[in-house]
Design a protein around this ligand. Structure first.
Ligand code: FES
Ligand code: MG
Length: 572
C-alpha cells in the first residue's frame, strides 16, 4: 500500500499536525491513533428527519464503525444533505446534483482514505455514487434497506403504489375518514425505503449490480439484524479496499454499467435509473448512451415478480435469494468477469447463489416477459431520444397514431383533464410539456397524466402520453417520457399544437410528429423564448448548467472527475 492520503493531514510533528491531531483527540481518540498508519474511513451519512426513508442510517453507521475498527481502520462519520422524496419541492431531482457536490467536496477536502456511502431514498443513492465517482477513492455503498410491507385489515400495502388507490377509495366513498387514517398509519410500517421495486429499491439493486454494494445486501429489510451485520462487513471491507488500493473507477466500468442495465430489465426497475446511470457514467468518463440501454435490455428476461409491475415485495425478494439468485439466473446475459467491491468478479460472487422461490424470482425459461425493458425512441419529436417502459405499457398501444391534445403545464392538465366538454377520445395522444430538467424545474414525476374521467367511465384505462417529464418507479401506462431536448430548451415538443398527428411505433423505436419541417420552422420563428425565472442562488446555477435527459440531467461542469487531490496547497 502506498502512503495513505490521510497521512498528509496527520503524520508530522509541526504546529498544524499538533492542531489536527489534538482536535481529533477531542473525539476521545487516543494519542497517536491517527499517526499510526490506520486507514481513515469516512462514513457519509444521509440520515435526516426530513427524509424518513434514511432516518435510521445512524444505526447502520454504528455498525459500519464496528467493522472499520475491527479491520484496523479509523471510522469518521460525517453528515451529508439528504433528499427526502416525500418532503421536497418542487422535486428532489432538482437537488440530486447539489447533494453529489456536497459528497464530492467533503471527500476531497477531508482526511479520508476510503469511504462508505449510506443512502436509501430515491435520489440519495445516485447522488452519493456520482459525488464519490468524481473523487474516485476506494468506495463501498450500504443502502438502508426496504421497509417491511404495510399491513391493513389483512392485506398488504405498498408505499407509493397504493397511495393513489387509497385516495381513490375515499373519493369513491368506499372508505370512511377513520379507515383512511388507519390505512395511512399502516402504510409506511417500519424504517427503510419504499419496499416495492420503485426507484429506491431499483437504485439499491443497481448499486449492487454495479459491484459497489456487498452481494445480497441491497434487499435485506431495513429492520433485520442481517442488515447491521452486512453494514459491519462493509466497514471492514472498506479498510481492505484502501489497503488493496481498489478505487471506484476500477469497479464501475462499462461492463459494470452493462450488468446494471441488464439487471434493471430483469427486475423491471424504475425508468429513473436511466437518468442516474447516464449521469454516473459521465462522472467516470465511461462512454454510455441512451441507445446502449435499448440494446442491452432487449433480450433480457424479466424475472423479479415485484410490485408495481408484479406481485411481491422486497422482503420476499430477499428471502427468495435476492439479487445474487437473480444474477446467477441471468448469468448468460451478464459480464461475469466484472470486478466488484468484494475484490472478486460478479460470476464468483453469485456462483453459489440459490433461489428459494421460483414465483418471486422466475427461472429464465418461465420469465414474466422478455424485452419488456426500456425502449429508446427517436424521431423528429425527440431528436436526442425519449424512453418508454414497455413492461408498464399496453401492447395494443405500442403502434399508435392519433391527434395531440397539448397542455403547456402540468397544472393546466390537472385543471382541464376531467372537464366533460374536453375534446378527447381514446385515440388522442396526451402531451404535457415544460416539465423537463429546466422547465419545471427539476423534471417532476408527472409523465403518467391521468386518463380523462369520461374515458375511464367507458373503460378506457390507458392512452398514449408524451412528455419531457419523469415517471415514478411505481407508476404505469403507455407513457413516453424524458423527451429530449425538452420544450423549455427549445425542443420540437414546444412546437406541437393540439390536433397535430403523432405516430408512436415502439417496435420501430420511433416517435414522429407528422408536421413538415417548413411548418415547424415557421412555428419556431413565432415563438418567444421563455426568460429564466431565477436570478440568483442554486436555482440560477441549476438553470444555467443542467444538461438534458439524454445526459442524465447532470450539470455540464460536473461531468468527469477531479480526483482526490485537494485543490490547493496546505497552508501552514
Ligand atoms: Fe423515500 Fe420512497 S419515498 S424511498
Ligand atoms: Mg419514487
Amino acid at each position: 500500500m502506498s502512503r495513505l492520503r490521510s497521512s498528509r493531514f496527520y503524520d508530522s510533528y509541526g504546529q498544524v499536525a499538533l492542531v489536527r491531531n489534538g482536535h481529533m483527540q477531542a473525539l476521545g481518540f487516543s494519542a497517536g491513533l491517527l499517526r499510526s498508519g490506520k486507514p481513515v474511513i469516512g462514513i457519509a451519512n444521509s440520515q435526516s428527519d426530513l427524509n424518513p426513508c434514511n432516518a435510521h442510517l445512524g444505526t447502520l453507521a454504528e455498525a459500519v464503525k464496528r467493522g472499520v475498527w475491527q479491520a484496523g481502520g479509523v471510522p469518521l462519520v460525517f453528515p451529508t444533505i439528504s433528499l427526502g422524496e416525500t418532503n421536497m419541492l418542487p422535486t428532489t431531482m432538482m437537488f440530486r446534483n447539489l447533494m453529489s457536490m456536497d459528497v464530492e467536496e467533503m471527500l476531497r477536502a477531508s482526511p479520508i482514505d476510503g469511504v462508505v456511502l449510506l443512502a436509501g431514498c430515491d435520489k440519495t443513492t445516485p447522488a452519493m455514487l456520482m459525488g464519490a465517482a468524481s473523487v474516485d477513492l476506494p468506495t463501498i455503498m450500504v443502502t438502508g434497506g426496504p421497509m417491511l410491507a404495510g399491513r391493513f385489515k389483512g392485506r398488504s400495502l405498498g408505499t407509493g403504489t397504493d397511495a393513489r388507490k387509497m385516495a381513490d377509495e375515499v373519493r369513491a366513498g368506499r372508505l370512511d375518514g377513520a379507515e383512511f387514517f388507519a390505512m395511512e398509519s399502516s402504510y409506511a410500517r417500519t424504517a427503510g425505503h419504499c419496499m416495492v421495486m420503485g426507484t429506491a429499491s431499483t437504485m439499491a439493486s443497481i448499486a449492487e449490480a454495479l459491484g459497489m454494494q456487498l452481494p445480497g445486501s441491497s434487499s435485506i429489510p431495513a429492520v433485520e439484524a442481517a442488515r447491521l451485520q452486512a453494514a459491519q462487513q462493509a466497514g471492514a471491507r472498506a479498510v481492505e479496499l484502501v489497503r488493496e488500493e481498489l478505487s471506484m473507477s476500477r469497479i464501475v466500468t462499462r461492463s459494470a454499467f452493462e450488468n446494471a442495465i441488464k439487471v434493471n430489465a430483469a427486475i423491471s426497475g424504475s425508468t429513473n435509473a436511466v437518468l442516474h446511470l447516464l449521469a454516473l457514467a459521465g462522472r467516470l468518463d465511461v462512454p454510455l448512451e441512451l441507445d446502449d440501454f435499448d440494446r442491452w435490455m432487449r433480450d433480457v428476461p424479466w424475472l423479479a415478480n415485484l410490485r408495481p409491475a408484479g406481485e411481491h415485495y422486497m422482503e420476499e425478494f430477499h428471502h427468495a435469494g435476492g439479487l445474487p439468485a437473480l444474477m446467477r439466473r441471468l448469468e448468460a446475459h451478464l459480464v461475469g468477469d466484472a470486478l466488484t467491491v468484494t475484490g472478486r468478479s460478479v460470476a464468483d460472487n453469485v456462483a453459489a447463489a440459490e433461489c428459494y422461490d421460483d414465483e418471486v424470482i422466475r427461472p429464465v425459461d418461465r420469465p414474466l416477459g422478455v424485452g419488456a425493458g426500456t425502449a429508446v425512441l427517436h424521431g423528429n419529436l425527440a431528436p436526442q431520444g425519449a424512453i418508454i417502459k414497455q413492461a408498464a405499457a399496453s401492447p395494443r398501444l405500442s403502434r399508435h397514431r392519433g391527434p395531440a391534445l397539448v397542455f403547456d403545464t402540468i397544472e393546466e392538465c390537472e385543471a382541464r383533464i376531467h372537464d366533460p366538454d374536453l375534446d378527447v377520445d381514446e385515440n388522442t395522444v396526451l402531451v404535457v410539456r415544460n416539465c423537463g430538467p429546466l422547465g419545471y424545474p427539476g423534471m417532476p414525476e408527472v409523465a403518467n397524466l391521468p386518463i380523462p374521467r369520461k374515458l375511464l367511465e367507458r373503460g378506457i384505462d390507458d392512452m398514449v402520453r408524451v412528455s419531457d417529464a419523469r415517471m415514478s418507479g411505481t407508476a404505469y401506462g403507455t407513457v413516453v417520457l424524458h423527451v429530449a431536448p425538452e420544450a423549455s430548451a427549445d425542443g420540437p415538443l414546444a412546437l406541437v399544437r393540439t390536433g397535430d398527428m403523432i405516430a408512436l411505433d415502439v417496435p420501430a423505436r420511433s416517435l414522429v410528429l407528422e408536421v413538415d419541417d417548413a411548418e415547424l420552422a415557421r412555428r419556431n420563428a413565432e415563438r418567444t423564448p421563455r426568460a429564466s425565472r431565477f436570478s440568483r442562488g442554486y436555482a440560477r446555477l441549476y438553470a444555467d448548467h443542467v444538461l438534458q435527459a439524454d445526459r442524465g440531467a447532470d450539470f455540464d461542469f460536473l461531468v468527469g472527475g477531479s480526483g482526490s487531490q485537494p485543490y490547493g496547497g496546505d497552508p501552514h
